[in-house]
Design a protein around this ligand. Structure first.
Ligand code: NAX
Length: 292
């Protein structure tokens, strides 16, 4: 039998956490033969709720779940983890300026970065979900310099999956037959969902999405704006932000990272920009100046 893998979920008492931890415990993230030990971190005001999530995990009697650590202690949470999914953070509230949210998240991600750097397992893979996900990932990287850059990523797989979903709906094909969309840019409404390499598996082989859709106006207009605005549409409909789709995409992200993608398939993830794909490399002088 395989040794259990330790998976940290921060913000585990929240909405996404509640959808995500059972998926991990069922083997959706790391495979149906991979035992896991869940580490769940939240802040003291959410401790009681977190203990309720732990009770439910026990009650669900997941065969793959070999242990649960539920804590408000960052070091205990990070110790020995092989995978870290950072869902906790400070959300932007009405009337708050962007820089106020940033400074709250800087202090959160600074302490979590040093705890991961000092206490996580070697080669720990980190996925940041909490928004602003790309900025939080960068903060984490800055404060955990000994973690290799390639091990610090953020979630754009939800946007990727949303793009697959829209193509599948439009063409009335199975979503599992659509592949190779790309999400460029920030995980925000300025992202660019790109279908120029996307294909659909048909009875007569793989066909380009562009050819099958034969409506460039839709691809350039409504398709892009629907994917960009999907998060807002979910909030409007549910009065809550995306949770099950975010949790499922986080599992997809880690699964494909750890276990690989099928030959000829690619997926989207937010990575540290080293200049690949003709995207400018992150430069030190992009760093925001410290001002008051
Ligand atoms: P919730 O507010 O339901 O849950 C957040 C949890 O984090 C709460 O339990 C809170 O107590 C906890 N938390 C706050 N500060 C913490 C800290 N310092 N350490 C540990 N835990 C802490 O939000 P939820 O709907 O679960 O969303 C979580 C985050 O995901 C948000 O930042 C949200 O913006 C982001 N999202 C990112 C997406 C992406 O594609 N990258 C999509 C979905 C989601 O909106």
């Amino acid at each position: 039998a395989k040794d259990p893998v330790r998976v940290l979920v921060t913000g585990a008492a929240g909405q996404i956490g509640y959808a995500l931890v059972p998926m991990i415990a069922r083997g959706i993230m790391l495979g149906p033969d991979q035992p896991v030990i869940l580490h769940m971190l939240d802040i003291p005001p959410a401790a009681e709720s977190l203990s309720g999530v732990k009770m439910e995990l026990i009650d669900a009697a997941f065969p793959l779940l070999k242990g649960v650590v539920a804590t408000t202690d960052v070091i205990e949470a990070c110790t020995g983890v092989n995978v870290a999914v950072m869902v906790g953070g400070f959300p932007r509230k009405e009337g708050m300026e962007r820089k106020d949210v940033m400074s709250k998240n800087v202090s959160i991600y600074k302490s979590q970065a040093s705890a991961l750097e000092k206490h996580a397992a070697a080669n720990c893979k980190v996925l940041v979900v909490a928004n602003p996900a790309n900025t939080n990932a960068l903060i984490l990287k800055e404060f955990a310099p000994s973690i290799p850059e390639k091990n610090i990523t953020c979630l754009t797989r939800l946007d990727h999956n949303r793009a697959l979903g829209q193509i599948s709906e439009r063409l009335n094909v199975q979503v599992s037959d659509v592949k190779n969309v790309i999400i460029w840019g920030n995980h925000s409404s300025t992202q660019y969902p790109d279908v120029s390499h996307a294909t659909v598996k048909t009875s007569s082989g793989e066909k380009a999405v562009r050819e099958l859709v034969c409506d460039d106006d839709w691809l350039r207009g409504e398709f892009i704006s629907t994917v960009q605005q999907r998060g807002a549409a979910i909030i409007k409909a549910r009065k809550l932000s995306s949770a099950l789709s975010a949790a499922s995409s986080a599992c997809d992200h880690i699964r494909d990272w750890v276990l690989g993608t099928p030959e000829g398939t690619f997926v989207s993830m937010g990575v540290y920009s080293d200049g690949s794909y003709d995207v400018p490399a992150w430069r030190v002088d992009y760093r925001p100046r410290t001002s008051n």
